[in-house]
Design a protein around this ligand. Structure first.
Ligand code: CU1
Ligand code: CU1
Length: 370
């Protein structure tokens, strides 16, 4: 089950970090001939390619259109499956940036036992992350896939220091987005929308991607504002939260189409068309193909969030803590009914009829839960 990063134990944090570091050592599938590139770098490259097409005035495979939700859901799940090949217990935690304890540049997320801190705030190599597992100088996190060849080899962060992103999105903003329907609206490409026509910008996906998701990329800054943003491992925790919010929206609006459109969107963005993860003729990052329709039910993909009603219910159903009773000192078996041979006295109200009724009620309850 995917959990809130703020609730992870030290051991869970270490397991996640270690799996990520191991993936940065694993051989690349996209470029098996290049020993400097890793399986982790494959994911960075896929994201870079998905954004790069926009430079040629073509729709992104993943952004500024309806496919934003399902495309990142696939990327996230494929990444998680890679981590689980290394450590089967690891799941991607989500970063709920609306939580009071998760909104500052000194939150537990940014400590050296997790993702490491903000970058340098002055001097040469501004923004360079100097400590933690992903600091360049620690030796395990060279940046290999870059937007520009001249970009630094080290991880860069500027937490909350960009003038246009001083604060992370609020609960109010999240709730406002979650209330919006439908999932997305025509013309299905943000670049084709009239910037002055509000009715063209009212879908949930637009509000999720632009004010919420984009603001978080900007707040982190550095590598997170590049096309190669997955170079900062916080990318996965951020997108895990975005994915969780999409799932929450689906649960809140069961009568809405979980995804739109069926057709009329750019190639790879229609409900039953395979999404795009590589250029034609180039190596695919994984064998399977996925349409948006394939990934609308995250639970069918093996993904659970600790905030889902089903998971909350399962936790509640666990036996409650027992009330402590006072036992005599040096208690003897005869003083404990379960240990004595005497049959326990029948208690009032536990007649056969009562039992039947309660079973019936339980059945009814479990049925309505589905
Ligand atoms: Cu993205
Ligand atoms: Cu993103």
């Amino acid at each position: 089950m995917r959990k809130d990063q703020a609730t992870l134990t030290t051991a869970e944090k270490a397991a996640f970090v270690n799996a990520v570091l191991a993936l940065k050592q694993a051989p690349s599938v996209l470029h098996p001939e290049d020993r400097t590139l890793s399986r982790y770098d494959d994911f960075v490259e896929v994201h870079l390619n998905a954004m790069m097409v926009m430079m040629n005035n073509q729709p992104s495979w993943a952004h500024q259109g309806p496919v934003f939700g399902p495309w990142h859901r696939v990327l996230l799940r494929q990444f998680e499956l890679e981590l689980q090949k290394i450590d089967s217990q690891v799941e991607i935690p989500y970063w709920d940036w609306t939580r009071a304890d998760s909104r500052s540049r000194t939150s537990s997320l940014w400590q050296n036992n997790f993702l490491g801190p903000d970058g340098r705030t002055s001097g040469p190599q501004m923004g360079k992350v100097m400590s933690g597992p992903f600091a360049f100088d620690a030796g395990n996190w060279p940046i290999r896939v870059k937007d520009q060849l001249a970009d630094p080899d080290y991880l860069v962060r500027r937490l909350g220091r960009s003038a246009d992103a001083r604060a992370l999105p609020t609960t109010t903003a999240v709730n406002a987005a979650l209330a919006l329907t439908p999932y997305d609206t025509a013309p299905w490409e943000d670049s084709l929308r009239d910037p002055n026509d509000r009715t063209e910008w009212r879908g949930f996906r637009i509000q999720l991607e632009i004010p919420l998701h984009n603001l978080v990329h900007r707040w982190v800054g550095g590598n997170m504002v590049d096309m190669t943003s997955p170079n900062d491992p916080v990318f996965w925790l951020h997108h895990c939260n975005i994915d969780r919010l999409w799932a929450e929206w689906q649960a809140m609006h069961p009568d809405e189409d979980a995804y739109l459109p069926e057709d009329g969107a750019p190639t790879g963005q229609n409900l039953n068309e395979p999404m795009i993860f590589n250029l034609p003729g180039e190596r695919a990052p994984w064998r399977e193909q996925f349409t948006p329709a394939d990934v609308l039910d995250h639970r069918a993909m093996g993904v659970r969030y600790d905030t889902e009603p089903e998971e909350r219910m399962a936790r509640k159903a666990k036996p409650a803590r027992r009330e402590r009773r006072t036992l005599p000192m040096f208690v003897l078996p005869s003083e404990i009914p379960a240990l004595s041979k005497k049959k326990p006295a029948k208690r009032a109200g536990k007649s056969k009829l009562g039992k039947k009724q309660s079973t019936k009620m339980r059945k009814k309850q479990s049925r309505s839960r589905r």
